[in-house]
Design a binder for this molecule. Structure first.
Ligand SMILES: Cc1ncc(COP(=O)(O)O)c(C=O)c1O
Length: 295
């Protein structure tokens, strides 16, 4: 364990935001992660030996953010950074097998809905749109009765939804989805991991439009996924590598930088100071994001 890992072991979430992914606290190491601008890396010539190889496979500048996000979301594996939230949405939707049913909030973020609708129109998925605050209706859509009705392959949660601020019962719906054989992706953009940790509530994958609260300064467009499941992470990493929705190193460096990384902490402090945000998880009903903290 490096000095920085030892130092970070027992820190609060607000401090992890600033400390995780930093270079080792050793003589002459920089305090901030360096920005690495290189498309290609020297190596052994075999990616099987763990070579970085090429800039579409990985970049050291992504590592601090991916490590910090995993720690904040309570994941056992590093996160995956993408060029935008919608690139992350596209990668997550690629987990659905051909023709599989997707249960998704009627009021999901508009771009997510457009993408899912287009996949449905082309026959790649069967889309079942539901009121995500209606737990019984979502359960019925996951495992419908009747002849020919198939259980869902994926439950998509977004809680609170953008912009209607619908709140899902993440734990109950995740349990129902798993019972139906579906995997669960939760878009945690509006909560941030400092308010809600969907992996701890059973979700398989957590998604962020990093563009919003996680970056916090309206200066980058980025997305991220995080999971503790090695098979799911491998599939997502393969999809990111082959479809090419990778983060630019400069944007990744900005998002992981100390000034930006404090923004989620500031957000959560403000949410906790608001009686509506006092609980660990947003209470049922309307929860308002903190004005000015993100767009
Ligand atoms: C909840 C949510 N998910 C996903 C996205 C898409 O993210 P991006 O704009 O970074 O592609 C947004 C963007 O507003 C969002 O609000």
């Amino acid at each position: 364990m490096s000095l920085s890992e030892q130092h970070a072991a027992d820190l609060s979430a607000e401090t992890v935001v600033v400390a995780a992914g930093r270079p080792p606290r050793e003589r002459d190491m920089p305090v901030n992660p360096p920005l690495v601008l290189s498309s290609t890396y020297f190596g052994t010539g075999s990616l099987d030996t763990g070579d970085r190889g090429y800039g579409r496979y990985s970049n050291p500048t992504w590592d601090p953010f991916e490590e910090a996000l995993a720690r904040l979301e309570g994941a056992e594996l590093p996160g995956l950074l993408y060029s935008s939230g919608l690139a992350a949405v596209s990668s997550a939707l690629s987990l659905i097998p051909a023709g599989g049913a997707l249960v998704m909030p009627t009021h999901s973020y508009s771009g997510t809905l457009v993408m899912a609708s287009e996949l449905a129109q082309k026959g790649f998925v069967e889309l079942r749109a539901v009121d995500i605050a209606d737990t019984a209706a979502v359960k019925a859509a996951l495992a419908p009765g009747g002849p020919g009705a198939r259980p869902a392959a994926m439950l998509w949660l977004e809680s609170p939804t953008n912009p209607m601020l619908g709140i899902a019962d993440v734990a109950a719906l995740t349990e129902a989805a798993h019972a139906a054989g579906a995997i669960v992706v939760t878009d945690n953009t509006f909560s941030t991991p400092l308010v809600q940790q969907p992996l701890a509530l059973g979700s398989d994958v957590v998604l962020h439009s990093v563009t919003k609260y996680l970056a916090g300064h309206s200066d980058v467009v980025l997305g991220a996924l995080v999971t503790s499941n090695p098979d799911i992470r491998s599939a997502l990493l393969h999809n990111r590598t082959i479809h090419g929705g990778i983060a630019g190193p400069f944007e990744a460096w900005l998002a992981a930088g100390p000034a930006d990384a404090r923004a989620p902490g500031g957000t959560v402090t403000a949410v906790r100071n608001d009686p509506r945000g006092a609980a660990q998880q947003p209470p049922p009903g309307r929860v308002h994001p903190v004005p000015g903290a993100a767009r």
